[in-house]
Design a protein around this ligand. Structure first.
Ligand code: KIV
Ligand code: ZN
Length: 505
C-alpha cells in the first residue's frame, strides 16, 4: 500500500525562539537552518520578519543561503506585515508566506476588537495579497480549537478560495483533548467544500502535555502537515516535539499509514545543536533525544538488551543518530559488567568478575553513575594490572581570577614519577588551567567539547564536568570528573582524558 506523505513544518526558529529564555543570534539561526535542511524538513518557518529588524535579517539570510525546504516568514493578515515577510523570503527559490489571524470570539473581542465579519474580510484580503507574491501561501486561524466550528469552516473555505494551499488549525493554547481535536479535523473535512484543494496542517501547543498526541491523532484523521519544533521548544510549555512525531510514524507503520521524508539520523545532532544555542537543555528522560532515552541501568534490562535489543528498545538508537548506553549503576548486574570488561579487552575469571561487579555497585552507591574510566581503574586494581596506573597525576592547582586580573593558573603534575610545573593564562580559570596542563604534556591536545552540570541544586552543588579532548590526529577522547569545585572538576576531567589518551597509545 502506498503510504501518505506527511509534511513536516519546523518552527524552531520562530515559535521555538519565542520560548522564554531562548534567543538566537542571526549566525546561530543560520547554522541551525542549515542543520534543519540536512534533517530534510519540508518547510522552515525562519522568523516573523515584521517583529524586528534582526528577525527580518535572519529570515532574509536564511532565504538567501539555505536550500531544500520552503523558507517561510510569518505575518499577520495586514499589508505591511505581508509585504515585509515577502521582502525577506523572496530571496529563496522556495518562498512561503504564512499569514494568520485569530478566529475565536475570545481573541476577536479582547485582543483584536473585531467582529467575525471583519476578521473574515481581513483573512481573505491577506491571503489574496500574499498570493499575489507567491504560490505557497499558508493561512492559520489562531486559536482554532476554541473557535465556533461553523465560523471556522467559513473562514477556511474563504481563504482556500483566495488561494491558500495550506490551512493550519492551531491548538494555540494546548486546550484540546486528543479525540476532540481529531473530531475537529473530521468536521473541517466534512464541512469545508473545497478542503481537497489545500493541505490541512496542525499546530499544537503542549500546555497539558498533549501536543504530540493531538498532532498524531489529527494525522490519522487526514491532516497532511504537522508543525512543531525540535526539542518541543515554543511559547509557554512549547510546541509538539517534531522528533517525537516523526519517530511515532517510523516506529509504528502498522498504526500510521504514513511516512515523512525526514533523515532521522540527523535528529540527535539537530537536537544537540538547538539545545546548545538556545541554552535550553533537554531533560534527561525526554523521549527520543534525552540522555537516558537509550540508556539501560537495571541488571535485568541490561541482560535482556545484550541478548536481544528488541527486549527493551522499540527503535534503533542509530536511527536517530544516538547509541545504546549500558550505564553502570547500583541496579546493574554481572552480565553488563562482563560485557563491558570484554569490550575493554580484559581477561578475568568468575571470582574476579564478582569482585569487580561488587566494587562497581559500591561506587555507584556513592557516585550515581560509573563510567568507563572508573571501570578501568577498578578492573586494573582487581586484576593487578599495575602497568595501567595513570601516567599523569595532579599534585597542586592554584587559580587566580577577579574583575581586574587576567585569569591565571599554576598547575603541578606528576608525570611518571617526575614533577612538572607550569603557569598559563586563559579566558577563564578553566581555560587557564587547561592551557597550563597542555604546556606540560602536549600542546597539540585540544579541548573540543566542554559540558558542566550541577548535581543537585544550590550553591553547594557538585560540579559534574564531561568533556572531549582531541589529540594531534584529531582522535576524540571523552572524560568526566566530579568535584565540589568547578575548576577542580574541570582539571580532573582534562587529566582523566589525557590518561585515557595514554592508555589508548
Ligand atoms: O500557536 C499559534 O496559534 C501560532 C500561530 C501563529 C500559527 O503560533
Ligand atoms: Zn504557536
Amino acid at each position: 500500500m502506498v503510504k501518505r506523505n506527511i509534511e513536516i513544518f519546523d518552527t524552531t526558529l520562530r515559535d521555538g525562539e519565542q520560548s522564554p529564555g531562548a534567543t538566537l543570534t542571526i549566525d546561530e539561526k543560520l547554522k541551525i537552518a542549515h542543520q534543519l535542511a540536512k534533517l530534510n524538513i519540508d518547510t522552515m518557518e525562519a522568523g516573523f520578519p515584521i517583529a524586528s529588524s534582526d528577525d527580518f535579517e535572519a529570515v532574509k539570510l536564511i532565504a538567501q543561503n539555505v536550500e531544500g525546504p520552503y523558507i517561510c516568514g510569518l505575518c499577520r493578515t495586514v499589508e505591511a506585515d505581508i509585504q515585509r515577510a515577502w521582502d525577506a523570503v523572496k530571496h529563496s527559490n522556495k518562498p512561503c508566506i504564512h499569514t494568520f489571524i485569530a478566529t475565536s470570539d475570545l481573541h476577536l473581542q479582547y485582543k483584536l476588537k473585531k467582529t467575525r465579519e471583519e476578521a473574515l474580510e481581513m483573512a481573505k484580503k491577506g491571503v489574496r495579497l500574499a498570493k499575489s507574491f507567491t504560490d505557497r501561501v499558508e493561512f492559520s486561524a489562531e486559536d482554532a480549537s476554541r473557535t465556533d466550528k461553523e465560523y471556522l469552516c467559513e473562514v477556511i473555505q474563504a481563504v482556500i478560495d483566495e488561494g491558500a494551499v495550506v490551512v493550519n488549525i492551531p491548538d494555540t493554547v494546548g486546550y484540546s483533548q486528543t479525540e476532540e481535536f481529531g473530531d475537529l479535523i473530521d468536521y473541517i473535512k466534512e464541512n469545508v467544500e473545497n478542503i481537497d484543494d489545500a493541505i490541512i496542517s496542525v499546530h499544537c501547543h503542549n500546555d497539558m502535555g498533549l501536543a504530540v498526541a493531538n498532532s498524531l491523532e489529527a494525522v490519522r484523521r487526514g491532516a497532511g502537515q504537522v508543525e512543531g519544533t525540535i526539542n518541543g521548544l515554543g511559547e509557554r510549555a512549547g510546541n509538539a516535539a517534531l522528533e517525537e512525531v516523526i519517530m511515532n510514524f517510523k516506529t509504528r507503520p502498522d498504526y500510521f499509514d504514513c511516512d515523512t521524508g525526514i533523515n532521522t539520523t540527523e535528529i540527535y545532532p539537530t537536537s544537540k545543536m538547538v539545545a546548545e544555542h538556545t541554552g535550553i537543555s533537554v531533560q534527561r528522560n525526554k523521549a527520543i533525544v534525552g540522555e537516558n532515552a537509550f540508556a539501560h541501568e537495571a541488571g535485568i534490562h541490561q541482560h535482556g538488551m545484550l541478548s536481544n535489543p528488541l527486549c527493551y528498545e522499540i527503535m534503533k538508537p542509530e536511527d536517530v543518530g544516538k547509541k545504546t548506553q549500558l550505564v553502570f549503576g547500583k541496579h546493574s548486574g554481572r552480565h553488563a559488567v562482563e560485557n563491558g570488561l570484554k569490550k575493554l579487552d580484559y581477561e578475568f575469571n568468575q571470582e574476579q568478575l564478582n569482585k569487580i561487579t561488587q566494587k562497581i555497585k559500591d561506587l555507584a552507591d556513592k557516585q550515581k553513575t560509573v563510567l568507563e574510566d572508573d571501570i578501568i581503574a577498578i578492573a586494573d586494581y582487581e586484576l593487578n594490572k599495575s602497568s595501567k596506573k595513570p601516567k599523569v597525576v595532579l599534585e597542586e592547582l592554584a587559580v587566580m581570577t577577579g574583575n581586574k586580573i587576567t585569569p591565571t593558573a599554576i598547575v603541578k603534575v606528576n608525570v611518571e614519577g617526575k614533577q612538572k610545573i607550569s603557569t598559563a593564562y586563559g579566558i577563564g580559570t578553566v581555560d587557564a588551567a587547561t592551557n597550563a596542563i597542555r604546556n606540560i604534556l602536549d600542546s597539540n591536545i585540544k579541548l573540543k567539547e566542554y559540558n558542566l552540570k550541577a548535581i543537585t541544586g544550590g550553591t553547594n552543588a557538585l560540579a559534574d564536568v564531561s568533556l572531549t579532548l582531541t589529540d594531534s590526529l584529531e582522535k576524540e577522547y571523552k572524560a568526566r570528573a566530579i568535584d565540589e569545585d568547578i575548576v577542580m572538576a574541570s582539571v580532573k576531567a582534562v587529566i582523566n582524558g589525557m590518561n585515557k589518551m595514554e592508555r589508548k597509545k
